[in-house]
Design a protein around this ligand. Structure first.
Ligand code: DGL
Length: 213
C-alpha cells in the first residue's frame, strides 16, 4: 500500500519515522513543504488551498492513505479533506492530550502553533480528556516551527517563549511535529517531564486501516 505523508517541512519526518518503523513493508512518499512554512499562522482558506495541492500530488503518485503529519493542518483541515476526497483515507496528527491525561499527571503543558492552540479540536481534546484536579496549560509558540525548520535561533526562541513558564510540568505535549526534532533541548528545560507526541497514535491508526484493506 502506498502511503503519502506531508507537513510544512521537516517536522513530519518525525511521524514518518515512527510509521515506517511499525510498517516497514509499505511504500511511502513524503512532501515537506518548507516553502510555505509556517502553517501555524495562515488563514483557514490559505491553508486549505495549500494542503489540497499536496493531497492532489500524493494521490497522483498513487497514495491511498494520506498521513497529515502536521497538527496544524490536521486540526484545521482534516474534516474538509475527508469530505472532498472520499476515495482516500486520511490519518491526522493531533496533540497527544489524551495520552498525557491518561498518565494521571497533575500538571500538563501543551506546546503547539497558534493555529493548533486556538483550534476547536484542541479545545475538544481538553474537554474530553482532562481528569479531575488535572491542570492542562496551553502554550502557543509562534515562530518556533520556523526556527526549527531553518535550524537557526532555536535556543534564543526557546528562551523567549519559555523563560516565564514554570518548570514543574510532569508531562509536556509536543503538539507540533517540528518540536519532536528538539526533544533534547526541551528535556533540558523540563528535566522532570515526560515528553509525548502524536507519532505512535498515527502509526497505530495507519496499521488499523491497512488491516481492513
Ligand atoms: N509541523 C506542523 C505542526 O505539527 C506545522 C508547523 C508550522 O508550519 O507552523 O503543527
Amino acid at each position: 500500500m502506498k502511503i503519502g505523508v506531508f507537513d510544512s517541512g521537516k517536522g513530519g519526518t518525525t511521524v514518518l519515522a515512527v510509521v515506517k518503523k511499525m510498517l516497514p513493508d509499505e511504500e511511502y512518499c513524503y512532501i515537506g513543504d518548507s516553502e510555505n512554512c509556517p502553517y501555524g499562522e495562515k488563514s483557514d482558506a490559505e491553508l486549505m488551498r495549500i494542503v489540497r495541492g499536496h493531497v492532489e500530488n500524493l494521490r497522483g503518485w498513487g497514495a491511498k492513505i494520506i498521513v497529515i503529519a502536521c497538527n496544524t493542518a490536521t486540526t484545521r483541515c482534516i474534516e474538509k479533506l475527508r469530505a472532498e476526497y472520499p476515495d482516500l483515507k486520511f490519518v491526522g496528527t493531533e496533540p497527544a492530550i489524551k495520552l498525557a491525561a491518561e498518565t494521571e499527571a497533575r500538571k500538563i503543558l501543551v506546546m503547539a502553533t497558534p493555529g493548533t492552540i486556538h483550534s476547536e479540536r484542541t479545545e475538544h481534546l481538553m474537554l474530553e480528556n482532562q481528569k479531575n484536579g488535572q491542570e492542562i496549560d496551553l502554550l502557543a509558540c509562534p515562530g518556533l516551527a520556523d526556527v526549527i525548520e531553518a535550524d537557526d535561533g532555536i535556543e534564543e526562541k526557546l528562551t523567549e517563549l519559555l523563560s516565564e513558564v514554570e518548570r514543574d510540568y510532569e508531562v509536556v505535549v509536543l503538539g507540533c511535529t517540528h518540536y519532536s526534532l528538539i526533544k533534547d533541548e526541551l528535556r533540558k528545560i523540563f528535566p522532570s517531564a515526560i515528553l509525548v507526541d502524536g507519532g505512535e497514535g498515527v502509526a497505530k491508526q495507519v496499521a488499523k486501516i491497512i488491516s481492513f484493506c
